[in-house]
Design a protein around this ligand. Structure first.
Ligand SMILES: [Zn+2]
Ligand SMILES: [Zn+2]
Length: 313
């Protein structure tokens, strides 16, 4: 619950700075307005806005639990027009079907972030894929095979070998891929050696091929994983963004406080230390800006997500 004092503070802040002028100001920073597809909701509404405003981001998609509709409404009412949301629930629990369905009825525009240990082609995830198609919403999945910390375990294991069969089996499900295994498999020579491989990308990797061949697969460029892939091989990056300009979406997955890197140590993820002290949103927007034409940049940071989530731009 918001305290009355905090609630009034939020209202005063949004009155003081009308959203239209705010958006104008923000679109100047990156050349066009930016939508962050991958933003984990913070408990206090002002903390959500602090990141958006600090990083020059106009709108964001809150990732949260399926039961969070009320908290989402509080964040949305503090900044009308700036937040959509995705809901997640553990696919291994049969009642996740009911929870996700209810969340969509409550306004969630997708499932996510779906980060669970169930196999990507197992019955639990398949139940969620079928439900996403039935409800007409996309499903955003965290794929990870290499532990960040000891005994972490794999998340949606089987991406490189099994996920293609799911794209085929659920052609009406819109999948959004994210995280280590999704982006590391951009390189054809990758075999789970590390979470964040470095060096030039060997052309013809699994992810590149799946994005090219399956109209129901999209890519979420958030987190160290997305930033790492974009930063490895500048020649590849420019060509990759051009080829998949209608399938890629900017996201941050940033945990910093102010949109400038404050309070981010990547302590839970030592392999991502190259982004310690930096705002992941800013770092990734910078590499996108330098690697894409203005038209392609705008598609990846704004147009594609509005189309996919059926949002008015
Ligand atoms: Zn994730
Ligand atoms: Zn940040």
């Amino acid at each position: 619950m918001l305290s009355r004092r905090k609630f009034l503070g939020v209202v005063a802040a949004s009155v003081a700075l009308p959203s239209a002028s705010l958006r104008g100001q923000q679109s100047n920073e990156w050349g066009s307005p930016v939508f962050d597809l991958h933003f984990h909701m913070r408990p206090q509404p002002p903390a959500n806005l602090a990141h958006l405003d600090g990083a020059g981001i106009a709108r964001a998609n809150l990732l949260t639990r399926a039961t969070a509709a009320e908290q989402v409404a509080a964040v949305q009412s503090a900044a009308p027009g700036r937040f959509t949301w995705f809901a997640s629930a553990d696919v291994a629990q049969p009642d996740s079907v009911q929870a996700l369905t209810q969340a969509v009825k409550n306004g969630a525009r997708g499932f996510g972030e779906m980060k669970f240990h169930s196999a990507t082609d197992g019955p639990e995830f398949q139940r969620a894929y079928a439900l996403a198609a039935e409800l007409g919403v996309p499903i955003l999945i965290h794929f990870q095979e290499v532990d960040h910390t000891e005994n972490e375990g794999k998340w949606s294991p089987g991406f490189a070998t099994k996920f293609e069969s799911m794209l085929k089996a659920y052609p009406k499900t819109i999948f959004i891929g994210h995280a280590d295994a999704f982006w590391a498999n951009m390189s054809a020579d990758y075999h789970n050696e590390s979470a964040y491989p470095s060096g030039p990308i060997a052309r013809g990797g699994v992810t590149d091929r799946l994005l090219a061949n399956y109209p129901n697969l999209y890519g979420d460029l958030s987190a160290n994983s997305g930033n790492n892939m974009l930063s490895r091989d500048p020649d590849f990056t420019a060509d990759f963004l051009r080829r998949h300009q209608n399938k890629l979406m900017f996201g941050s997955d940033c945990g910093c406080a102010d949109g400038h890197g404050a309070g981010i140590g990547q302590a839970n993820n030592p392999a991502a230390s190259r982004l310690a002290g930096k705002c992941v949103a800013r770092e990734t927007l910078t590499v996108l800006k330098r690697s894409a034409t203005p038209d392609v940049f705008r598609k990846i940071t704004w147009d594609n997500v509005h189309m996919l989530l059926k949002l008015p731009a």
